[in-house]
Design a protein around this ligand. Structure first.
Ligand code: URA
Length: 240
């Protein structure tokens, strides 16, 4: 990879800024001062320093977003703002994409990464990673609904869902529930409630497996995953 691209990728500024940084002469690759932006480096094996500080090689990025209910889970869209539009430029450079999808009006935990393998494993139906949602439902959610969900319900297209754990937190004219599902069919939570004649009026994802949304993040905020959170996801998906 060209050194200018690499340094931009590592957060040293735009390609133009990196070019003048290189010109200033403080960049070395294996002890050779490099001034040309065109020089190719092996980022994994070469020792690259800027003003005497080693630039640690970094390939992947893992972000936890508290998705607000007005962004779409995509990397680009002609008309709408996407979750990657809220990222700082230095995070954008890694080209992260959403791990699975949340509906535009769904809030909460969304991971962004550029690690395709991890993303694939987290969303694979085979892995059965539990996704926990909190929702408001119009009308009373009953014990019958809890039992129906535990057996699986039949959606509008005839698909019978896997068993899901429904807990009623508060039953009333608007009920608050928590639901854990291990699949990710299109509009699954909304369609599961439709199958029992009820409507979801608010939906938020709070967990993927044991990884919980950091409640210190306001909607629209994000942070990098902590080491222990990433270790957990790697273990969960049997990644090296
Ligand atoms: N189920 C839904 O209906 N919507 C989501 O965004 C996620 C799960």
């Amino acid at each position: 990879m060209r050194i200018d691209k690499y340094l931009a990728h590592m957060g040293f500024g735009t390609r133009k800024e990196v070019k003048s940084l290189l010109k200033s002469g403080g960049t070395r690759v294996n002890d050779d001062v490099i001034k040309s932006p065109k020089v190719h480096v092996d980022a994994e094996h070469d020792v690259i320093t800027v003003q005497g500080e080693i630039v640690e090689y970094r390939q992947f990025i893992y972000l936890m977003v508290n998705k607000p209910g007005d962004l779409i889970s995509a990397t680009e869209d002609a008309d709408e703002m996407t979750v990657v539009d809220i990222l700082e430029p230095e995070d954008h450079l890694f080209h992260p994409f959403p791990v699975g999808r949340l509906d535009k009006d769904t809030e909460g935990l969304l991971l962004l990464t550029n690690n395709g393998q991890l993303s694939h494993r987290l969303t694979s139906p085979k892995k059965e990673v539990g996704k926990t949602y909190v929702a408001d439902i119009e009308g009373h959610v009953t014990q019958e609904d809890v039992e129906a969900f535990s057996r699986g319900v039949t959606l509008d297209d005839g698909y019978h869902t896997k068993p899901a754990r429904l807990q009623v937190i508060e039953s009333g004219e608007v009920s608050r529930i928590e639901l854990v599902i291990t699949e990710g069919k299109f509009h699954q939570v909304k369609r599961m409630f439709e199958s029992v004649g009820k409507r979801v009026t608010y939906l938020k994802r709070t967990q993927m497996g044991e990884l919980a949304l950091d409640e210190a993040l306001d909607p629209g905020e994000y942070r990098e995953l902590r080491d222990e959170e990433l270790d957990y996801l790697f273990e969960l998906t049997n990644m090296e």
